[in-house]
Design a protein around this ligand. Structure first.
Ligand SMILES: Cc1cc2nc3c(=O)[nH]c(=O)nc-3n(C[C@H](O)[C@H](O)[C@H](O)COP(=O)(O)O)c2cc1C
Length: 184
């Protein structure tokens, strides 16, 4: 049985629809996975590096769950990575603790999926993931792809129909993600 660690990088899941739904549904679908809620653990951004490294060392599959903020990872997830992936632990001559692990990216955007096209915004959603994929390569991890849902903007949450649709598509996202994890 593989060990799965799901790291939620949303800065405030109390103010979330998509990521909150995905995490809730995934917890039902993968009861044996470990769920790391960075916003609950580190509202002050003071990452417990040893604790996070221990969770990562135990995992065979690591899932990064986050909303795209300014075409990038949310600051809390970025901070978690900056602090936890240390030279000599994750990379460098003696840094092999992440080697061979599989990494899945699970992300949401406010803009619709078809906005992220070369002939739309000028770049695709995978272009935004270049730093994560490069990190995988540096640390000897296998990038195991992404599950992506767009059009879950916080700006349209006050519309009841849009909100219900967002929740339904987030639940479908969680199912796809669980299948992807199971296939690894
Ligand atoms: C600070 C901030 C920056 C954002 N930047 C982007 C962005 O660059 N591209 C985009 O498509 N959506 C952007 N969004 C929208 C979020 O990605 C969207 O609201 C989120 O995926 C919805 O997930 P949630 O319901 O879990 O919060 C941004 C939202 C916030 C609050």
């Amino acid at each position: 049985m593989k060990n799965v660690l799901v790291v939620s990088g949303h800065t405030d899941l109390n103010d979330s629809v998509a990521n909150k739904t995905i995490m809730e549904e995934l917890a039902k679908l993968l009861p044996s996975a470990e769920f790391d809620y960075l916003d609950k653990l580190y509202p002050d951004y003071k990452i417990d590096v040893q604790a996070e490294q221990a969770k990562l060392e135990k995992a065979d599959v690591i899932v990064l769950q986050f909303p795209v903020f300014w075409y990038s990872l949310p600051s809390l997830l970025e901070r978690w990575m900056e602090q936890t992936f240390v030279h000599g632990w994750s990379h460098g001559r003696t840094g092999d603790k992440l080697k061979g692990k599989k990494l899945v990216v699970s992300l949401t955007t406010g803009a619709p999926e078809d906005a992220y096209r070369k002939d739309g915004m000028g770049y695709g959603i995978d272009d935004l993931l270049a730093p994560v994929i490069a990190t995988c390569t540096l640390c000897g991890m296998e990038y195991a792809g992404r599950v992506y849902t767009g059009d879950v903007s916080y700006a349209t949450r006050s519309d009841a129909a849009a909100l219900a649709d967002m929740k339904a598509r987030s639940a479908v996202h969680a199912e796809k993600l669980a299948k992807r994890i199971a296939s690894l």
